[in-house]
Design a protein around this ligand. Structure first.
Ligand SMILES: Nc1ncnc2c1ncn2[C@@H]1O[C@H](COP(=O)(O)OP(=O)(O)OP(=O)(O)O)[C@@H](O)[C@H]1O
Length: 966
């Protein structure tokens, strides 16, 4: 096959120079794609694909107009492509082309999305290697400074690994670094920042598990960046060059973090040259300052999107009333990174309280905020050199909003006395005013979007330009009056003066008068009813006008670029003002939601307890007539004056554990299906989270002791699609919680152990409860259908029971949605099955079975005071209850026979299966030695001291041994 030459050949050779998936090459007034690229672009963007031949071969070709590249580029990058852009430039002998930039998801400046657009790096390094000489370490993440990659091995063992992360948003200049102790922390931060593109470091790119998790937990494109950029010396140099010596030297950032930061900088420089200058500050993000919200919890609480992946119906969507995109970003950031600093939160609360009580001033401020543009983004565009005159006008107009907001605050007493007064004073207001004034003096009121055609600079800004414009206008006036002059002077009728590309300026005379034109008129064109002429004088004026126009455009362009550079030099100031406006917007949004929904200011303290009176779910209350409920967890400073009658302040139940003299820390929530258990637990988590955002909360009153983390475990339906067993996911999540939660954490467990056989499930749930209660001490809400667990309250001092009440009358069940003290005795699962449309014969039969189960009083066998529980199971064949006995050593008799006891026995009608450990009754025959050995082992198993997962596997092993005997 002959190699393509000409333009196609040039395209293919440039394509060979880049690792971008697509190349857009400028060819005059178009950007063209050839070959496969043309086909992909044709498909993706619905562009017409034609063909171009070269060396007798035909190549697909697709193109977009030069001025129209941005939307196509954005669309391609948003679909995950990396697109190289080659520009054409003039040379002495013609023209040549070169790749100027590679646009990737993380370096796309022209984004249309209001969300932050983070580019992230994840670097792993072996802790055991002396980091000082890490480049020679066997598992060092980075390459040697000479460029050879030191890491050749696969993934590191997590225990020995330190992780460094960097997040850069080229559209706003935000630059954050963080370190992470393990993969979970890496994933948590990545979920929190939701990067659009991740650059895995040299070792991470070999770690299938971590890469898989990153793909699963983020929508990021994973891109490769040269390993040398991660080398410690080179990375540290890049960081010093960008931010000065401080981050590396004074902040003492760990090397993996520096490597991550340096690599991001080099990638940005390589792909989006020019925008680096907008990254003026390096901030460190420390998990310790924020409430730990692992990725699972962020999803379970539907912070920014629902479990179905929708934005609508998320917590953020519900509380967001911001009027600017920067404000929305700020609010989302607060929600994903709730604070643990009482001082920060009380400052926000003071501002929200002031804004909530000053409705008119708030409206005025929101109106002004609605007129603001995204200053941080405009600063980046100015730095990159892609801001046009309209963008600078937006900077000018947005800067003008700051004094308006400040004035409203200063003139409204409530606001003037709040922290808002200081917040608006944080940026250098004088410098902002000066910049605004110089922009106002320089820019035309409504400039065109093109910056090379003039009319962007205002009169009075530059003397030379004014002179040019004056002369230009004089000439225009001369031209405007030329037709009249000629007609009067020479008695011509039907005379006009015009201009077009081919003829330049001309005098047009009607045919009837054309013969009478004076001497000196030179005919340049004949039309049907007229003729066009020029004159030496007109020619000269034309030359002058063209010269003036060119000089005017050049000078205006020059002045504009100077102005844009001046704005770029003030990138940091613009980011400060943008940040202040965004903060005020986010606070005003919180105040608006609080005022419109009757939310109250929670009392925050560094103590332990959570006390919520008449709390509501912030999202569910929007669409439902919501029944409020109280919640109490941990050591609450008693100030409600009651407590003797077991009733809360409004008569609703207080968990019964309080009666035991210990504060309830672990509350078991039972109740029928669909009664509202999940909603109740999530509402508590959301209220605590909102409180630590600085927001008001949906409750009548609330006292919140700040928590260090919120952990949740709820059903994980979506994981199924990803090929992981539901139970495995459940156990992973449980394991994470048991490891990560502390005494100061809030834990929400919605059904633990449901994904496996009933006995295994109960055992795990039981053991996890004991561990959380005895070892961790976290404040926990635990919803379960295992009624056995309600007995834990009898044994453990800080376990309390509550249930969601339902009313049953004549077979009709009414959900009351009210939390009451103590456990429930019914599940109403059959009622829910009926509501869900399960066929009548099945529902009737289920009721029948349930009645029989109840008659056999299986529950009394365990809960009715007998010290020797009896295993009761339902025989599906005979439709009767059978108790294990010597005469019937059936498959049902062994504890934990897989799937042995039907779930109905435990989850419905309050009938409970026996506990996992069953002892033989006196009238049973002696057991065989193996079984006895198993029982002995079971007896000696220290449930409190054995980690739950190990416990589960021990029990499973014992079951297997019993099973082998059968
Ligand atoms: N306090 C409340 N006021 C009004 N409606 C509520 C309240 N709590 C829950 N609901 C509504 O009741 C329905 C069921 O709630 P939820 O899913 O929390 O029940 P559940 O007990 O966890 O159910 P299951 O045990 O089947 O998982 C939801 O549609 C919810 O909107």
């Amino acid at each position: 096959m002959t190699e393509a030459t000409g333009i196609v050949g040039e395209f293919l050779s440039l394509k060979g120079e880049t690792d971008a998936e697509l190349l857009a090459m400028q060819c005059g007034d178009f950007y063209e794609f050839f070959g496969e690229d043309a086909e992909i672009v044709g498909d993706e963007l619905d562009l017409k694909v034609t063909s171009k031949s070269s060396q007798g071969q035909s190549y697909p070709m697709a193109g977009v107009p030069y001025d129209d590249l941005t939307p196509y580029l954005t669309a391609l990058v948003e679909r995950g492509f990396r697109v190289a852009v080659a520009e054409q430039y003039e040379t002495e002998t013609g023209h040549a082309r070169e790749i100027e930039r590679v646009v990737t998801p993380g370096t796309l400046l022209e984004t249309r999305d209001a969300d932050a657009q983070y580019l992230a790096t994840v670097v792993a390094a072996d802790r055991s290697v002396d980091l000082g000489s890490s480049a020679s370490g066997a598992h060092a993440e980075w390459a040697n400074d000479d460029g050879a990659t030191a890491s050749t091995g696969g993934p590191l063992d997590d225990e020995d690994v330190a992780y460094g992360l960097a997040f850069a948003d080229v559209t706003t200049g935000q630059f954050l670094v963080a370190d992470a102790a393990d993969v979970d922390e890496v994933l948590t931060e990545c979920y929190r920042f939701a990067p659009v593109e991740v650059l895995p470091g040299p070792t991470v790119r070999n770690d299938d598990t971590l890469l898989g998790a990153l793909r699963e937990r983020t929508d990021a494109t994973l891109s490769l960046h040269e390993a040398e950029a991660f080398a410690p010396k080179r990375a540290a140099h890049a960081v010093r060059e960008q931010f000065g010596a401080e981050p590396v030297d004074r902040l003492e950032l760990p090397e993996p973090t520096v490597a991550a930061a340096g690599a991001v900088l080099s990638y940005v420089e390589e792909t989006a040259a020019g925008v680096l200058a907008s990254m003026t500050r390096l901030r460190t993000h420390r998990g310790d300052d924020h409430v730990t919200l692992d990725a699972t919890t962020q999803r379970n609480l539907e912070l920014t999107e629902t479990m179905q992946g929708e934005r609508d119906g998320s917590l953020f969507d519900t509380i967001d009333h911001t009027d600017s995109s920067a404000g929305a970003r700020r609010l989302a950031e607060w929600l994903k990174r709730p604070s643990r600093s009482l001082e920060t939160l009380e400052r926000r609360q003071d501002s929200v309280a002031a804004l909530a009580s000053a409705a008119l001033a708030r409206d005025e401020m929101r109106e002004a905020l609605g007129e603001t543009a995204d200053l941080a983004r405009l600063a980046s565009r100015a730095t990159h050199g892609s801001a046009d005159a309209r963008a600078l006008c937006s900077v000018r107009d947005t800067l003008a909003v700051l004094p308006r907001i400040a004035e409203t605050i200063e003139s409204t007493p409530e606001l003037a006395e709040s922290p808002l007064f200081e917040i608006v004073d944080e940026p250098d207001r004088e410098a902002a005013a000066a910049l605004r004034e110089s922009l106002a003096a320089a820019l035309a009121a409504e400039p065109p979007s093109t910056i090379t055609q003039g009319e962007v600079i205002q009169h009075g800004y530059d003397d030379d330009l004014d002179e040019l414009i004056e002369r230009h206008e004089e000439l225009r006036a001369w031209l405007d009056s030329l037709a009249d002059r000629e007609s009067n002077q020479h008695g011509l009728s039907h005379v006009s003066v015009g201009r077009n590309k081919t003829d330049g300026y001309y005098i047009q005379v009607g045919r009837s008068a054309a013969d009478g034109v004076p001497e000196g008129y030179e005919e340049i064109k004949q039309l049907k009813s007229s003729k066009r002429f020029t004159t030496p004088e007109l020619d000269e004026k034309e030359r002058e006008i063209l010269r003036l126009e060119e000089r005017r455009h050049d000078l205006e362009y020059e002045l504009f670029c100077e102005l844009r550079e001046r704005v770029a030099d003030r990138a940091e100031l613009l980011q400060d003002v943008g940040r202040t406006l965004a903060t005020v917007d986010a606070l005003a949004s919180l105040a608006t939601h609080a005022a419109e929904n009757g939310w109250v200011r929670p009392e925050l303290h560094d103590g332990d307890g959570i006390d919520i009176e008449a709390g509501r779910h912030p999202v569910v209350e929007q669409t439902t007539e919501f029944v409020p409920n109280d919640a109490r967890l941990g050591r609450v400073e008693a100030n409600d004056g009651d407590g003797s009658d077991g009733q809360g302040r409004d008569g609703a139940a207080k968990p019964s554990g309080a009666d035991r003299g210990d504060e309830p820390r672990f509350v078991v929530v039972t109740g029928p299906n669909m009664s509202g258990k999940s909603t109740y637990m999530r509402q508590v988590a959301c209220i605590v989270l909102l409180a630590q955002v600085g927001s008001f909360v949906p409750a009548r009153e609330a006292e919140i002791g700040l928590v260090d983390g919120i952990f949740t475990r709820v059903g994980a339906l979506d994981e199924l699609a990803q090929g992981r067993s539901t139970f495995m996911v459940e156990m992973n999540e449980l394991s994470n919680i048991l490891h990560a939660a502390t005494e100061d954490s809030l834990v929400i467990l919605d059904e633990v152990g449901r994904g496996t056989a009933t006995y295994d499930g109960i055992s795990i749930a039981w053991a996890a409860t004991e561990y959380l209660h005895n070892e961790v001490g976290a404040k926990t809400l635990f919803a379960t259908h295992y009624h056995e667990l309600t007995n834990l309250g009898e044994h453990l001092p800080r376990v309390a029971n509550v249930h969601v009440a339902a009313d049953e009358r004549d077979g009709d069940v009414t959900f009351l949605r009210t939390i009451r003290e103590g456990p429930t005795d019914r599940s109403y699962g059959i009622h829910v099955a009926d509501l869900a449309g399960v066929p009548d014969p099945v529902v009737d039969r289920a009721r029948d079975v349930l009645d029989r189960l109840r008659e056999e009083k299986a529950i009394e066998a365990r809960g009715g005071g007998s010290s020797e529980p009896v295993q009761a199971v339902f025989d599906l064949e005979s439709g009767t209850m059978q108790t294990a006995s010597a005469s019937e050593p059936s498959v049902h008799a062994g504890p934990g026979a897989d799937g042995g006891a039907p779930d109905a026995a435990t989850t419905d009608g309050g009938a409970a299966g026996a506990a996992a450990a069953e002892t033989p009754t006196s009238d049973q025959p002696a057991l065989d030695p193996d079984t006895e050995a198993v029982l002995e082992e079971l007896e000696s198993l220290d449930v409190n001291a054995t980690p739950p997962i190990e416990l589960a596997s021990r029990i499973q092993e014992l079951q297997t041994r019993l099973g082998d005997d059968r």
